[in-house]
Write a protein that binds this ligand. Structure first.
Ligand SMILES: [Zn+2]
Length: 784
């Protein structure tokens, strides 16, 4: 959906070079392989899925096909439910149990004991990474067995479980043969943020059904540990997220993983290739290694399911071929047989997770780890971030209440309308995982697999206050918060520079042709009549008050922003987070391939943003990566020349992160020294933002986020706009070894004599760092 208009705009503007790879122009034609895979086979294409699934539904009374959402480009997400019609009553009993789980888990346990014929759901989630094709083919084979076969074990499994199969969790990725969805987001990193429609659909499924087991089908791990142990099946290694009731989960997970393993081994004579015929096991990280494959951040599907008390597994098939497909099928069958033998006890423990929540008993945690509740006050100026988190919690099956009157807690007064999240509730672990500050785990591990801190309060921009008081206040349970802004007075209206929604409103008013001005503190003023701007204001959720426009305020114009595109370099789309940030801020963004920049320049744009891998300007790339970068040294010279010329003609170059800063330096746009921490280091930092148009809306000792941290030195030619706080506690949560050289060092600088801005922190990370997005809009608007 997004891709097409951008391409056609570029084509009509004749900006598109003739050197673009054919595949990038193929548009909607489905690719048939990924060069990133070492094996190839004829997997089922997304296009062929619909017909196949419809024919299954037609032929089997057990199979039901539903469309449970859309991808980012509007493709259908297919869910197949397999249920034996003879055990409908058991299914209904599960519905009763599901309701009791959220109300009274202890009662649910008694209900379970009295009703052993209950049928919990098991969720099979396939190919969330688009290039890991075997998952979807395995899903089809599983439907062919459980939808059609009548052997004793198949019948027993269907009598005891409802199988929910998310056949292709990432249609965009399969069609494009890329790991990501159409927005360039790795969906299996999105389960905290939940920014993408595919993730939202999966979250809805998990939160509503509360599956007992979730099997997430991935690839490819040919060998990680011992020889003859290809593939990998979670549970993961430490560190364990303290919000999981992991004693209850791991009690089953190692055993169930071993059941999958032994079923694979028992099938080895039926495989085609040597790797599989001779296998003796698989790699189970928790059993076989000390570190290196953690599921600490609940950004992954199975980790997220664990916060719903489910047993969540990643299954990494060894190879991209039919043996890889069979390996997945054998693993899932092993998991189902194990579940059959232990259903009652496993389900009892899942309910125990919720019972601990309700009672506030968390034996794995130190006293006080879970506060009694979180208090989230409404923000009188701009409540959009508060509304966002409240709706987020509700969608995730977390109970939220709202104070009917003002009240006191911990010696402080809170107004009527304040939100309260009482942590004595079934999904306490999930609620706390979203609302806690995180922790510094630098000394627990050598390195982390992915992010180690995600602090919603700091990175989305709202207050979440821990309270240990027994709150005495009348409350009502919140259902869904509707976002609705309003206008007070006759205008002109002041728009505070306080949130993504505020800047989006500014841009949509500019698009409407309404005059918007910016004052020296970075706040905005809309001069339109109430009627003309009402609609946009309503959607924004902001309350705008009438205020005189200061004399020095300058008018804003419509900005044309070009963005350097990473199509999937090294199985990453490093630019996507920042691109989504710009779009959510309301800018119109055109993605440009590095070769387009080299060959056609940046005419017609006001701003060029480089936020991504430094390798985007490399021409020494592997076969699989070639299509994403440059062709040769000559082209690199042209690229640097074009950027230099753009800046000389007053175009604004904005670098975000290490790659962009390096590119700026390579093109001769800056003399600063770029210093780097470990590429895997990441977390929440404290930043001193100094007063400047670039940092409007931020202050001293404010929040920042780093991933592969950088900082600048030799900054004589620049104005410093922000530095890491100059004390040892500038890093508050996450994992960053040897960070002391960064203490007090500059992280946002602007060249004194040219429009070049270098932002060292991750202002637009994976559509998650809402609070930092305005650093980017400030930079764009700073060019007026
Ligand atoms: Zn994967």
């Amino acid at each position: 959906m997004k891709k097409k208009p951008i391409l056609s705009v570029l084509l009509s503007a004749s900006l598109l070079g003739s050197l673009l790879p054919a595949q990038a122009l193929a548009g909607e034609t489905e690719r048939k392989q990924s060069l990133f895979n070492s094996e190839q086979y004829e997997y089922i294409t997304y296009d062929a899925l619909k017909g196949k699934l419809e024919s299954y539904e037609k032929q089997s009374r057990r199979v039901q096909l539903d469309i449970t959402g859309k991808s980012s480009t509007g493709k259908d997400l297919y869910t197949v439910t397999i249920s034996d019609s003879k055990s409908k009553h058991s299914e209904l009993k599960y519905k009763g149990l599901r309701k009791l789980m959220s109300e009274n888990p202890e009662k649910a346990q008694r209900y379970l004991k009295a009703n052993p014929d209950i049928k919990p759901p098991i969720l099979i989630h396939a190919s969330i990474h688009g290039t890991e094709f075997v998952g979807t083919d395995a899903a089809l084979r599983l439907i062919e067995r459980y939808g059609f076969k009548n052997d004793q074990e198949t019948k027993e499994i269907l009598k005891n479980f409802t199988l929910i199969i998310n056949v292709d969790a990432n249609p965009d990725g399969r069609v494009d043969a890329t790991r990501f969805n159409g927005n360039g987001i790795d969906l299996n990193r999105d389960f905290v943020t939940q920014s993408q429609p595919e993730t939202q659909a999966a979250v809805k499924q998990i939160a509503e059904l509360n599956p007992l087991v979730l099997l997430d089908l991935h690839g490819y791990v040919r060998q990680r540990g011992e020889a003859k142990h290809p593939g990998l099946i979670l549970p993961g290694t430490p560190p364990h997220n303290p919000n999981y009731e992991y004693d209850l989960l791991y009690k089953w997970m190692n055993q169930q993983a071993e059941a999958m393993e032994s079923n694979i081994v028992s099938e080895r004579d039926h495989y085609e290739t040597e790797l599989y015929k001779t296998l003796e096991g698989t790699h189970i990280p928790l059993r076989d290694s000390k570190s290196g494959w953690d599921v600490y951040p609940p950004i992954y599907t199975p980790a997220y399911a664990m916060l719903h008390g489910g047993l969540g597994y990643t299954l990494e098939a060894p190879t991209n071929d039919w043996d890889g497909v069979k390996w997945q099928v054998d693993a899932v069958n092993g998991a189902l047989t194990f579940a059959l033998q232990n259903k009652q006890a496993m389900l009892h423990d899942q309910l125990e997770v919720f019972d601990r929540g309700v009672k506030g008993e968390h034996p794995n945690n130190k006293e006080g780890f879970y506060p009694d509740s979180y208090i989230i006050p409404e923000n009188q100026k701009d409540n959009s971030a508060v509304q966002k988190v409240v709706n987020h919690l509700l969608k995730n099956d977390v109970k939220v209440e709202q104070a009917a009157k003002s009240f006191h807690a911990d010696g402080k007064r809170y107004e009527k309308g304040t939100y309260i999240i009482d942590l004595n509730q079934p999904k306490a672990g999930l609620a706390n995982a979203f609302l806690w500050d995180g922790e510094d785990i630098t000394n627990d591990m050598d390195a982390m697999y992915d992010i180690s801190a995600w602090n919603l309060s700091e990175l989305w921009g709202f207050d979440a206050i821990k309270s240990e008081d027994d709150l005495i206040v009348q409350t009502k349970e919140v259902r869904e918060e509707s976002v609705r802004g309003k206008l007070i007075g006759k205008g002109p209206y002041s728009i505070p520079n306080t949130s993504v929604n505020a800047v989006h409103l500014v841009n949509s008013l500019i698009d409407q042709g309404i005059s918007v001005k910016k004052d020296k503190d970075g706040h905005f003023y809309a001069e339109g009549k109430g009627k003309a701007i009402q609609r946009a204001v309503q959607v924004s959720g902001l309350t705008l008050r009438t205020k005189a426009v200061p004399k020095e305020a300058t008018p804003l114009k419509k900005h044309r922003v070009a963005f350097l595109k990473d199509g999937g370099l090294g199985k990453a789309q490093s630019h996507s987070g920042t691109k989504l940030a710009l779009e959510r801020l309301g800018f119109q963004v055109s993605e440009v391939h590095p070769r387009e920049v080299a060959n056609n320049g940046l005419n017609g744009f006001d701003t060029f943003v480089y936020s991504g891998s430094a390798s985007l300007t490399s021409y020494k790339l592997s076969e699989a990566n070639k299509e994403f970068g440059l062709t040769d040294e000559e082209e690199l010279k042209r690229f640097n020349g074009q950027i230099k010329q753009f800046v000389e003609q007053d175009g604004h170059f904005i670098a975000i992160g290490a790659g962009g800063s390096q590119a700026a330096k390579a093109a001769g746009l800056t003399e600063v020294e770029i210093n780097k921490g470990f590429s895997s280091s990441n977390g929440i930092v404290k930043v001193d933002y100094l007063p400047s148009p670039l940092t409007a809306g931020y202050s001293k000792n404010d929040a920042g986020f780093v991933y592969g941290p950088i900082w600048y030195s030799s900054t004589e030619g620049t104005n410093i706009a922000a530095s890491f706080v100059n004390n040892d506690s500038f890093f508050t949560a996450g994992h960053w070894k040897d960070r002391s050289p960064a203490k007090g060092q500059p992280v946002i600088v602007q060249e004194k004599d040219k429009p070049v801005t270098l932002i060292g922190i991750e202002a637009g990370f994976r559509d998650h760092t809402d609070y930092l997005f305005r650093l980017i809009s400030n930079a764009v608007f700073d060019q007026e």
